[in-house]
Design a protein around this ligand. Structure first.
Ligand code: SF4
Ligand code: SF4
Length: 128
């Protein structure tokens, strides 16, 4: 286990900046209106991911108010559990490989995936 100062230093100079976005689990699509809502997210420049545990998530840019100008946490010893559970040792920057299996940043990417997926292709049968 790293000490707080060592862990903090792992974040120094990071360009991933995990304190500058939030990730929300949106659930997998179960009907066409779910796909339609996902297209709407994408139109708002909110990317959709299927992570390595098969969860469907969105990533929203939003800087934490406790990040200082050197990209370090001002309240490190009192940060929320959701931050504590995101370990710099195996985060997007220091961990092995990608944290997602699929990334959709355009409507076409999302629809192509759904059309080819045995699990989801029935959802867009009647869509335009
Ligand atoms: S936890 Fe990882 S991704 Fe987040 S700021 Fe630190 S080094 Fe960057
Ligand atoms: S509380 Fe600290 S670790 Fe958590 S998101 Fe904000 S700056 Fe980052």
């Amino acid at each position: 286990m790293l000490m707080a100062e060592e862990s903090k230093d792992l974040c120094s100079g990071c360009l991933v900046n995990c304190c500058e976005y939030i990730v929300i689990n949106i659930g997998e699509p179960e009907k066409y209106s779910d796909v339609d809502r996902m297209i709407w997210y994408i139109f708002h420049k909110i990317p959709i991911f299927i992570d390595t545990e098969d969860a469907w998530v969105i990533e929203i840019k939003a800087n934490c108010q406790h990040l200082d100008e050197k990209k370090r946490c001002r309240i490190y010893d009192h940060r929320p559990d959701v931050c504590r559970n995101h370990s710099p040792q195996d985060c997007e920057r220091h961990g092995d490989g990608e944290f997602y299996n699929h990334l959709f940043t355009t409507k076409d990417e999302l629809l192509d995936f759904i059309k080819k997926s045995p699990k989801y292709k029935h959802l867009i049968k009647d869509s335009k």
